[in-house]
Write a protein that binds this ligand. Structure first.
Ligand code: GSH
Length: 210
């Protein structure tokens, strides 16, 4: 088994944090997306969508999505559960994980991909060119991030973690959304005190160094 990874990329980091929380180590292959290694003919056979992370299994099967990789690891290494132990916990965690992805990661992605000079003419991940940046999407991405911070602040007012009392994959995705948005100089607003408390606690976990 090997993980196609890149130290500076947010989505692979979600998987690395998940693995660190499980205490699982998998050999990695670096795909330097800043040097466009995802567009090599070899990587095209691993993932035709040209994104990382990808987990390649020993039989050659390639799993090219962060949550799908985490799901696979969760089944192989159930302890500690990061995707819920029973039906209710699994559903609640999945709800918050999807919300974190759709409202957090996608907002940060829209913002950063339309903001950072390195993504000029490739505002969509996995395409080499032909998708120009749209400045209006930077402004919309900022508004979406503001909404994300507000909504999560409300949730974290009464909960230690995003999906309730237990740390889960939803915390990892929300944490990486915040980390990603920093690349467009967006940080947690001062008034989102619950969010800030949660962010600090997640930052202090050893897995956050992954
Ligand atoms: N939903 C996918 C998104 C993967 C993704 O967008 N990965 C980025 C790195 S964080 C990528 O590979 N970008 C390639 C590019 O910029 O062309 C997942 O979670 O695996």
């Amino acid at each position: 088994m090997k993980l196609y990874d890149f130290e500076l990329a947010p989505n692979p980091r979600r998987v690395r944090i998940f693995l660190a929380e499980k205490g699982v180590t998998i050999p990695t292959v670096e795909v330097n997306t800043r040097e466009r290694a995802q567009f090599s003919p070899e990587f095209g056979k691993i993932n035709p969508f040209r994104t990382i992370p990808v987990l390649e299994l020993d039989d050659g099967t390639c799993i090219g999505d962060s949550v799908a990789i985490c799901r696979y690891i969760e089944v192989l290494h159930p302890e500690p559960p990061l995707m819920g132990r029973d039906a209710e916990a699994q559903a609640v965690i999945e709800m918050w994980e999807r919300r974190a992805e759709l409202e957090g990661m996608n907002a940060a992605g829209e913002l950063v991909r339309n903001f950072a000079p390195m993504f000029e003419d490739r505002a969509i991940a996995g395409v080499p060119s032909g998708f120009p940046q749209i400045p209006a999407l930077v402004e919309r991405g900022k508004k979406r991030m503001a909404r994300f911070f507000e909504m999560w602040d409300q949730q974290l007012a009464d909960n230690a973690f995003v999906a309730g009392p237990v740390f889960s994959i939803a915390d990892i995705t929300a944490f990486i959304a915040v980390e990603f948005a920093k690349r467009a100089e967006i940080t947690i607003p001062d008034h989102c005190k619950h969010f800030a408390r949660w962010y600090e606690s997640i930052s202090q976990r050893p897995s956050a160094k992954a």
